[in-house]
Design a protein around this ligand. Sequence first.
Ligand SMILES: Cc1ncc(COP(=O)(O)O)c(C=O)c1O
Length: 462
Amino acid sequence: MSSHNEPQLGRRRFLKTTTGLAVAMALPTQALAADDLVHLERHGNAPDERFWRKVQKEFVLAKRTTYMNIGTTGSMPRVVLDGFDTNNTIVARDPWAMEGKFGGFANVGNMIDAIAPGFGADSHEIVLSRNTTDGICSIIGGLQFESGDVVLTTHHEHVGLTSPLYVASQRYGVEVVELEIPVDTGDNSVTEEDYIRVFADAVALYGSRVRLIAFSHITYKTGTVLPAKRICKEVAVANGIPSLVDGAHGIGMLDLNFHDMDCDFYAGPGHKWQCGPGATGILYVRDEAKRLKEFWWDRSEPLHLINSSLAPAAMGICQRMQYIGNDHFPAKQALTDSCLMWDTIGRDRIETRVRELGSRCKRKLAQAFPNVKIYSPDVEGLNCGLTSVNPFDDQTDGELLLAFRDRLREEYGYIIRTTDFRLRKDDVVPTYALRISTHLFHSEQDVDGLVSAMRKLYREMA
Ligand SMILES: Cc1ncc(COP(=O)(O)O)c(C=O)c1O
């Protein structure tokens, strides 16, 4: 008998071209039953408040605390968790055949078919990866860079992106140019144009040496949404440059449409805002990376599949990237189930809700602390569910904020984190802030309660 990772049985579409027997053996995996989610479907003009209370009940988060650090990791909904537990038990009970739960020859093809439309992508463009970092490393580590190439990025990127870029610079002599992006300091004066101009000016300066534009859709430091679609279309595509978007905070928070965004690569997690299990992610590779060959016409093999156990096989790029040894089928099924839950609620509805709560959080903080610095713009299109804020006079006292974060958790039950960043690229001393995440399982009362607790604690600590 063949192994679970039998390569030729990777995707349902492929299966359709194989023997009838093989097709029959790989019936779709059983995702969430429609009945499990029916109560979350949109029904006319049902009051929003009641609906979101229902959504809140879907989560098992501890009641005595209010978890507001989804930017680090999310929390699986109850129904997803139940399926995950059941499937883990099945795998433990029957490690070989897994009771047929994931097809006769286990694969994740049907899971990808189920989730791809929710992201405005085709199945052959999606890889169920391990997390954002895994997706980014697969692409940057695989690109055929040469000495003198330039990669444009920003001064507010996460190590998940800067580390592989560092390797590319050490290994191939790539020049990684950190562009300074504007940081709002509470007056909501930043605009989409500001960000687009930063990239456009750099492309004009470095010309054909620019081989990649890599940036966060939402910066993790300040929770600023960069105008990804316009950067990809107006700057990258317009100049024949591929784009790689770090979507750590996009997946599960925003209503994404990869075709519409027109990026070449989008790497994100399943475990943060999408609320799937740990070590799950989604990597989008546009149209088998065919455009990369157009943009990098002078390189014989622009993208090596460094993260595949099937690199030389005659299959699609994403299929080959999907195969990296044995898989965690229950985890990927749980991610799929979570994605289906989001699709049922409506990703547009979730984005609107998250943005409204994020906006409320910023407004309430500004009212509660007159001299507060809020580094996350409350500007339409640039705002989101992350809020970076520092209520203290000294914006460089990181220790004070760590103590504030800990006391807020221990004495008031609100779980948030801290962040640090350079306001200006050449700053020697970092700026520190508290970072709050507001998601679909929060209410207006959660946001107001947090701000009120912060005010009380601030009075003691200022
Ligand atoms: C912007 C950004 N990129 C990448 C990562 C790494 O994410 P993951 O744990 O999914 O690899 C994070 C994690 O917080 C992040 O905020």
